[in-house]
Design a protein around this ligand. Structure first.
Ligand code: CTP
Length: 406
């Protein structure tokens, strides 16, 4: 159990912070809520107290003998501010301490994550952008807001990311390595493209051959890379996991579409990660009309092999580009898994291969993953953890590889 301090500033998205609070509490964390006085105009103290099961602190002047503005910041393992309004960002960037939350922000030494939400004009204003840049320089991890429908009829960047998205980003920061990479923005300026999900190969206009990939690992890589400051593009096949809003999204259907989108992305990417599960075979001659049953006859379909996207990316690799493949194998033992991985790495020619054992289908859609990361010299890292943490370890290996190839 970790101690999460949830700061809530005065914006309409404060109601979504109730859902975020619930998610943290359900994940077993102790959550202390510190709303600003304006936040209480949107959601009252009773709601925060009932949902957190703890007293709510709103003022510097209450319980002064316990010096709450120092104690709350010092005791937290993680501070999350959601929503962070333009005003809160401005006050935090300049080190103001004019309410309890800004006092806490000055005393907290743990990772601080801010999820801004405001109207598009306010987000895009040079003053707000400068405040965000200052906060990031100070080691505060500031998420980019989602684009979409705002409070009125207007749309644009400024929406609070979904509570589940903030939760996943936040909880990965409880890991010391992930938090220090995110605070340092070690991938700032890096253009990273990750493929995710499964492809669908059409049999006829309504039927397809697909697979069980949820896209969760690819989405976790995108989320981790965004936290570390990268420019992220996700080439997404069929997937049930949501793609983080800060990433550029390119959707594809078949392996051929995926190959085309990845080849295009490769022209301006520093890092390419093939976390997708493309179909290896596609019906040789898909039917233009819906296939009909004929008497009690079965159906025989012949398939041709699809393009190997990863291998073709390696063939066109730009100087300094780091390419990462995944290998889903069903191996009888750890040594056999490693052998299969080494052979696949050599065959595909990528810089890093993330090996996982899919015996029993355990990986698909699960929150956790067990992987071994290898390069041409052998095992780089081995980790069994939540996919968000696995994603950070893959990015650690990518960052090391980038340093050694430059
Ligand atoms: N991959 C790809 N294009 C394909 C199939 C797979 O780029 N047509 C990529 C996957 O995204 C993954 C890696 O290749 O990064 C390995 O995928 P995997 O399914 O384990 O390997 P295969 O290439 O299918 O090899 P094999 O059938 O020999 O196991």
């Amino acid at each position: 159990m970790s101690r999460v301090l949830l700061g809530v500033a005065g914006g309409i998205a404060a109601y979504k912070a109730c859902l975020l609070l619930r998610r943290f509490a359900e994940a077993g964390h102790q959550v202390t809520v510190v709303p600003t006085p304006s936040a209480l105009n949107f959601v009252g103290e009773t709601t925060w107290a009932a949902l957190s099961g703890r007293p709510v602190h709103t003022q510097v002047w209450a319980d002064a003998h316990q010096v709450p503005h120092v104690a709350l910041g010092r005791e937290a393992d993680l501070v999350v501010v959601a929503p962070a309004t333009a005003d809160l960002l401005a006050r935090a960037a300049t080190g103001r301490a004019d309410d309890l939350l800004t006092n806490v922000l000055l005393t907290a030494t743990c990772p601080v994550l801010m999820a801004p939400a405001m109207h598009t004009e306010m987000w895009l204003h040079p003053a707000t952008q400068a405040n965000v840049a200052t906060l990031r320089e100070h080691g505060v991890i500031v998420l980019d807001p989602d684009s979409g429908r705002l409070t009125g009829a207007d749309t644009g960047p400024g929406r609070l990311p979904e509570p589940s998205e903030i939760e996943q980003a936040a909880l990965s920061l409880l890991d010391v390595g992930a938090a220090s990479a995110a605070r340092a923005r070690d991938l700032a300026g890096v253009r990273l493209t990750v493929s995710a999900g499964g492809t669908r190969e059409a049999l006829d206009p309504v039927r397809y051959l697909g697979n069980a990939s949820s896209g969760r690992m690819g989405a976790a890589i995108a989320r981790a890379a965004l936290l570390r400051g990268a420019d992220v593009r996700v080439v997404a096949g069929a997937m049930t996991a949501p793609v983080p809003g800060g990433a550029d999204l390119v959707t594809v259907t078949s392996t051929a579409d995926l190959a085309e989108a990845m080849t295009r992305a490769a022209a301006d990417s520093d890092v390419l990660i093939m976390a997708a599960a493309p179909a290896d075979f596609t019906p040789a001659s898909p039917s233009a009309a819906k296939l009909k049953k004929e008497g009690d006859a079965g159906l025989t379909v012949s398939f041709t092999q699809t393009v190997d996207v990863l291998a073709s990316l390696v063939r066109q690799r730009r100087p300094g580009q780091v390419i990462v493949g995944f290998a889903a194998e069903t191996a009888g033992s750890a040594s056999e898994l490693l052998e299969l991985g080494r052979a696949k790495l050599a065959r595909k020619g990528c810089d890093l291969l993330v090996l996982n054992d899919v015996s029993g289908g355990a990986v698909f859609g699960a929150a956790d993953n067990t992987v071994t990361i290898i390069d041409g010299d052998g095992v780089v890292d081995a980790v069994a953890a939540d996919k968000n943490l696995v994603a950070h370890r893959i990015l650690d290996a990518v960052a090391t590889k980038r340093r050694s190839t430059r």
